[in-house]
Design a binder for this molecule. Structure first.
Ligand SMILES: [Zn+2]
Length: 372
């Protein structure tokens, strides 16, 4: 099982310089290869593989781009691997082999969008406590030690929000335990983040709103500064950090929810939202973007495998909000704004909390699918 840990780095100014060079070279190689692919597509000839591109680049490198030799080999290899993946996604999407939203032709990487990132192969780095040693860069401090024990597969070093970060992929030995918890259904909601069939409510944190207000204030601050001025640069960095903070807080909220779910439940039932279809409704779209549904699903899946739990997504056609969990009566009068309702079936008449009822329906449907 592969886990990744992202850690902030404290490089010296000289090391930062080397990072920028490596990221710049990776960007250059990516764009160089992308240009070749674009030309091949325009001429209708076979698109070269990323390995062929890498080898072609190495042939001309010494003569045409000797400055790329100051950078570790894996930064260049990694750039071609990334390019290969981006091009494959594009070609698969175009031919229909890849499902979901159509993916456009990969964009050229621009320095304007930050320094970017570069790959470091596992034979070019070592980790010991707080110390990271990278070939051609030397030893530097990590703000925390690597969380996972296992074989390091590789790492990506990236610049984001004014800091350098390393994301280390580790192959972790893991036999999932047998989970003895109950099945739990989860109803994802607009105001609260989620309601479970056990009646537990996970709130969308209030501080997120406060952080968003800060972002708005900093946006205004940037727009008031003179273009190209040092003050504008400072304001832009502040804004980038605020954006980054919001992203971290959002992820943190989701991590708490998904960890709690897979710890408690041997089976987690969720609705398989067709996000694209729901994006037509703007208010719902905002809520889904905020709740970051895809990220939630991703976290649930990988954590479930660690805890020996299982995720079952049920189809959207299940009228989870409108069906009485007690008797199965479908009440078409239930609307999005109704928090509670009474079952109109004269034999039942049970009083229902809309979200809790929905979560129980989702749980039961997930259980039925799991048995089938
Ligand atoms: Zn009923």
């Amino acid at each position: 099982m592969i886990r990744a840990h992202t850690i902030r780095l404290n490089p010296t100014p000289e090391q930062e310089n080397l990072f920028r060079q490596a990221a710049g070279t990776a960007r250059f190689c990516y764009n160089w290869g992308l240009r070749v692919i674009k030309d091949a597509l325009n001429q209708g000839v076979t698109v070269p593989t990323h390995r062929a591109l890498r080898d072609a680049f190495k042939q001309i490198r010494a003569v045409e781009y000797p400055w790329t030799f100051t950078v570790g080999k894996s930064a260049i290899d990694g750039a071609f691997v990334n390019l290969g993946r981006a091009v494959k996604n594009f070609l698969d999407s175009r031919s229909g082999r890849r499902k979901g939203k159509r993916i456009g032709f990969p964009a050229f990487k621009s320095r304007r969008r930050g320094y970017g990132s570069f790959y470091v192969a596992n034979d070019r780095l070592t980790v010991d406590g707080h110390t990271l040693t990278v070939q051609k860069v030397g030893a530097l401090n990590m703000t925390e030690p690597l969380r996972f024990v296992g074989k390091i597969l590789g790492a990506t070093i990236r610049y984001q929000a004014g800091w350098w970060w390393i994301s280390i992929q580790v192959e972790v030995d893991h036999t999932p335990p047998t989970h003895t918890g109950p099945a739990i259904g989860v109803d994802l909601r607009i105001k609260s983040l989620a309601v479970t069939s056990e009646g537990e409510v996970f709130e969308n944190q209030k501080y997120l709103k406060r952080a968003l207000r800060t972002v708005k204030r900093l946006q205004r601050s940037v727009s008031r500064k003179v273009k190209g001025s040092a003050n504008r640069q400072k304001a832009i960095l502040k804004l980038a950090k605020a954006h980054f903070r919001v992203a971290c807080q959002r992820k943190d909220v989701l991590h708490k929810l998904t960890t709690a779910l897979v710890q408690q439940a041997s089976l987690v039932g969720i609705e398989d939202l067709h996000v694209a279809g729901m994006l037509k409704n703007h208010r719902l779209a905002q809520a889904i973007a905020d709740g970051a549904w895809a990220e939630l699903r991703r976290q649930l899946e990988y954590k479930a495998s660690a805890f020996g739990s299982r995720v079952v997504a049920i189809g959207r056609f299940v009228a989870s909000s409108k069906t009485c969990n007690q008797c199965g009566h479908v009440n078409d009068d239930v609307t999005l704004v109704m928090r509670e309702w009474d079952c109109p079936n004269p034999m039942c008449r049970v009083h229902l909390d809309r979200d809790l009822n929905a979560a129980r329906n989702i749980r039961d449907e997930a259980l039925r699918l799991a048995r089938a």
